[in-house]
Design a protein around this ligand. Structure first.
Ligand code: KG4
Ligand code: ZN
Length: 389
C-alpha cells in the first residue's frame, strides 16, 4: 500500500509518502519514497514556545511546498518547486477552511499535474494544538476528495511509538509485554503494551511535560526555543569539562509509588535558583553557571524518567522498553535508561526521527489502515487531548 501522511500537530509541517506491506510490525516492510518537513521554529523563538495562531498560519503556507517536495522526491511529480511565499501556497493557506474552494483549487492543480499513485491518506488528528491540527485535517480531506482515496486518522503519540521501533525498512523485534516511555513537548506517558496497538496508560504527567520542562528551564537560562537540545549540549560540555555542580534541584515524584510525573515544580526551583545566582538580576550569568545549571536540569529530568520507567518495567515484567517522542533524542536519557535496564532491550528512534515528522504518521497510519480504520470525512475532527488507547 502507498500511503501519504500529513503531520501538523505542533510546529513542524511534515508530509511523507511510504510504501508498505505486511499486516503487523512483526512482518511489515516499508520504504520511504518521499519525506519533507518545514520547521517553523524561527517564528516561535520570540515567544519561547509554540504560538498556536502562528502555527496555524505557517502550516497553511507550508503545506503545498511540503507536499510538492515529498511528491517530487517520490518521483510522483515533475519538476515543480514551490516556496511558502509563492502564490499557490498563500492561496491554499487562505482557503483551507473553505472546503469547496480548496477542492476546486486542488482539483485544477492535479488535473494538470496528474494524480500521484497513492491509495490512502493518513493524518494526525491529535493530540496537539487544535488550530494546527485542523489545518492538516482540512488539507487531508481536500486531497482525499480530489484523489478519491480514503483517510485514516492517526494518533500522534502512536506515531512516536511506531517510529521508535522502526529500523531501515523493517521493525525491530518487540517482545511483549513492553513498556513505552513517550516524552515530547506536550506529553509524558508511561504505557504498557501487551500486544501491538493495544495500550494501557500506566501514568502521565500531572502538569508540564518533560519536553516542556526542558523548554521552560532553557528559557529561564536565557537559551532559545526549543530548549531540550540546547540544555543537552551545555550539560554535555559541563560533564566533559568537570565543572563544579550547580545547587541540587528537586527530582519531583522520584519516590512516589505511582507512575505519574510532575515537572512544574522543577521549573519553579530553577527560577528561584537562577534568581539567587544572579542576585535578582544584578549579576550576569556566566557561561559556567549556565552549563552547570543545564547539567543539573538534565540530570533531574532524566533521573525521574529512568526511575519510573525501570520501576514499570520491573512491575510488569517487560521484555522490551520503547522510548519515543522528541525528548528521546536526548543522549543522556538513552544511555542512562539502557544502563539501568541492563539486559532488557531498549528501542529508540533512528537518528533525526525522534522529533515530529511524517514518516511516523505514515507508519502508524499504515497499520490502522490494515485494520480498516478509515473514517468518513464528517467524523474526522481535531482532538487536542486525544488519548492513546
Ligand atoms: O515530539 P516533539 O518533536 O514535538 C511534540 O510532539 O511536542 O518533541 C519536541 C520536544 C521539545 O520540547 C524539545 O525541547 C524536546 O522535544 N527535545 C529534546 C531534545 N531534542 C528535542 N529534549 C531533550 N534533549 C534533546 N536532545
Ligand atoms: Zn511529537
Amino acid at each position: 500500500m502507498r500511503i501519504l501522511a500529513i503531520e501538523t500537530s505542533a510546529d513542524e509541517t511534515a508530509i511523507a509518502l511510504l510504501e508498505a506491506d505486511g499486516a503487523t510490525p512483526e512482518d511489515a516492510r516499508f520504504k520511504v519514497l518521499g519525506n519533507a518537513l518545514l520547521s517553523q521554529i524561527t517564528h516561535h523563538i520570540p515567544y519561547g514556545g509554540i504560538y498556536p495562531n502562528i502555527a496555524k498560519r505557517e502550516h497553511g503556507r507550508n503545506l503545498v511546498p511540503v507536499l510538492m517536495e515529498a511528491l517530487l522526491k517520490a518521483g510522483e511529480l515533475n519538476q515543480v518547486v514551490v516556496h511558502p511565499d509563492d502564490a499557490i501556497s498563500k492561496e491554499v493557506g487562505a482557503i483551507l477552511e473553505r472546503e469547496a474552494e480548496l477542492h476546486t483549487y486542488l482539483s485544477e492543480f492535479f488535473r494538470s499535474h496528474g494524480k500521484p499513485a497513492i491509495e490512502t491518506i493518513a493524518v494526525t488528528y491529535g493530540p496537539g494544538l487544535e488550530p494546527a491540527l485542523w489545518v492538516g485535517i482540512n488539507f487531508a480531506k481536500a486531497l482525499s476528495r480530489v484523489w478519491h482515496v480514503p483517510i485514516v486518522p492517526v494518533n500522534h503519540m502512536e506515531g512516536h511509538l511506531m517510529m521508535a521501533a522502526a529500523r531501515e525498512g523493517v521493525f525491530a523485534p518487540v517482545a511483549f509485554p513492553a513498556i513505552a516511555l513517550l516524552v515530547s513537548g506536550g506529553h509524558t506517558e508511561l504505557v504498557l503494551i501487551r500486544e501491538w496497538m493495544k495500550y494501557e496508560l500506566l501514568g502521565e504527567t500531572r502538569d508540564d511535560a518533560a519536553g516542556e520542562c526542558f523548554d521552560k528551564c532553557a528559557r529561564l537560562l536565557g537559551l532559545p526555543y526549543p530548549g531540550g537540545p540546547e540544555i543537552a549540549t551545555l550539560a554535555q560540555k559541563a560533564r566533559a569539562s568537570g565543572l563544579p555542580r550547580a545547587t541540587p534541584l528537586p527530582r519531583p515524584m522520584h519516590d512516589s509509588k505511582d507512575f505519574d510525573f510532575s515537572f512544574s515544580g522543577l521549573k519553579t526551583a530553577v527560577r528561584n535558583a537562577v534568581h539567587l545566582t544572579t542576585q535578582g538580576g544584578e549579576k550576569t550569568f556566566s557561561h559556567e553557571d549556565r552549563a552547570a545549571f543545564a547539567r543539573e536540569i538534565e540530570d533531574a529530568i532524566v533521573e525521574v524518567l529512568v526511575k519510573k520507567t525501570a520501576a514499570a518495567a520491573e512491575e510488569y515484567g517487560a521484555h522490551t522498553v520503547i522510548l519515543g517522542g522528541g525528548v528521546s533524542a536526548n543522549e543522556h536519557l538513552r544511555a542512562d535508561l539502557t544502563k539501568k535496564l541492563e539486559g532488557t532491550p531498549v528501542l529508540f528512534p533512528p537518528a533525526g526521527l525522534s522529533t515530529d515528522n511524517a514518516i511516523m504518521i505514515a507508519l502508524a497510519g499504515y497499520f490502522r489502515a490494515q485494520k480498516k480504520e478509515f473514517a468518513p470525512h464528517d467524523s474526522i475532527k481535531a482532538s487536542g487531548n486525544l488519548r492513546l488507547i
